[in-house]
Design a protein around this ligand. Structure first.
Ligand SMILES: [Zn+2]
Length: 342
């Protein structure tokens, strides 16, 4: 089968012919229809320090996808051939305290599809039955391919009560923009998103009516807060950039006792004024992945209830045009970028 393989320890990705995966009794074989390229895939593409430390080569990459079940193992009961599905990309163990207690998303033995297990940028992928997410018939395959990052956005946004709250989102990449849409749906009052990429801010505004977008490389966030009638600071923050200046600005503009959910992964340690976090009595919560499987339940319920992600997809390519797709991602002026494997 065709697959995009990280086959060399250098920048790039290569389309190769690899064997179709063989499934174990508890596994399912999925024919991949659509995939979407993640920021994580770009770390692997660029072969940065994180990728070199975490991804063994050769490795089929990719973890955002929708497809159809074509084969099930002998002990599989919950999923059947022909079912339209996506999948949770964190494959967990069953030995740790958290896994034994049902907190699967906090299992330290987690392995990642497309990172240290064969991924979805391929014609077929195998997955444990436990990780397979059956999809409603009316959910388009393009949307199925972006459920993994939408799940990150939902998990972050629903970490704290949002009804009537003012929300600051630092980082207008796809997950930041999606988290704004979820926050609106969940009852947030004012939503402000910041970035230094004007294309991304314009895109965020275009698809989220009523959101306030601030380019912090040239505009003053506090001026925007004044202009929209904010007096005391943001109640909830979603840190989506991993950038030290963004986090440090966020703690400056939070209300006393405010809550911060932090999904953005800083590339290296940075200095922050811990005194402010203490004296403002802020809560900072790290967010990793999606809750298994409550985030998936809530996400599909929100989509069924009118959360519309259609406009998040800005580019579509055939899988053979993968280089064009990765070039668009490298430039960064895009929402979600889809590859078609049919
Ligand atoms: Zn992803």
């Amino acid at each position: 089968m065709k697959a995009l393989v990280k086959s060399k320890s250098e920048a790039g990705i290569w389309m190769e012919d690899v064997p179709v995966p063989k499934i174990a009794p508890n596994e399912v074989l999925i024919k991949v229809n659509r995939t979407s390229i993640c920021g994580t895939d770009m770390h692997i593409y660029k072969w940065d320090d994180w990728a070199q430390a975490n991804v063994p080569v050769p490795m089929v990459i990719g973890h955002e996808y929708g497809g159809e079940v074509v084969e099930v193992g002998s002990t599989v009961r919950r999923v059947s051939v022909g079912q339209r599905v996506s999948g949770e990309g964190h494959v967990v163990g069953n030995r740790s305290r958290n896994a034994r207690s049902g907190r699967f998303h906090l299992d330290p033995d987690t392995k990642g599809i497309g990172i240290n297990l064969p991924g979805a940028f391929a014609e077929y992928i195998k997955l444990p039955e436990f990780n397979v997410i059956p999809l409603p018939d009316n959910l388009p395959m393009d949307i199925a391919a972006i459920l993994d990052p939408l799940g990150n956005a939902v998990h972050t946004a629903l970490s704290f009560d949002l009804v009537g709250e003012d929300v600051l989102i630092t980082g207008a990449g796809p997950i930041g923009v999606m988290s704004a849409m979820v926050a609106r749906k969940a009852g947030a009052r004012r939503i402000v998103i910041t970035d230094i990429n004007q294309w991304r801010l314009d895109f965020a505004k275009k698809i989220n009516s009523g959101i306030h977008a601030v380019n912090v490389s040239k505009d003053d966030l506090k001026k925007t807060m004044d202009a929209i009638g904010m007096r005391e600071g943001f109640d909830v923050g979603f840190e989506m950039s991993g950038a030290a200046p963004a986090f440090n600005q966020m703690i400056d503009v939070m209300i006393m006792g405010g809550n911060i959910a932090m999904l953005g992964l800083p590339p290296k340690p940075f200095n922050t004024d811990w005194g402010k976090i203490v004296l403002k009595a802020l809560t900072v919560r790290g967010i990793y992945g999606r809750q298994m499987y409550d985030t998936w339940y809530k996400m599909l319920a929100l989509l069924d209830n009118g959360l519309d992600m259609t406009d998040m997809i800005t580019h579509r390519f055939d899988c053979d045009q993968f280089q064009d797709a990765f070039d668009v991602m490298l430039k960064g002026d895009c929402g979600k970028v889809i590859l078609n494997w049919e």
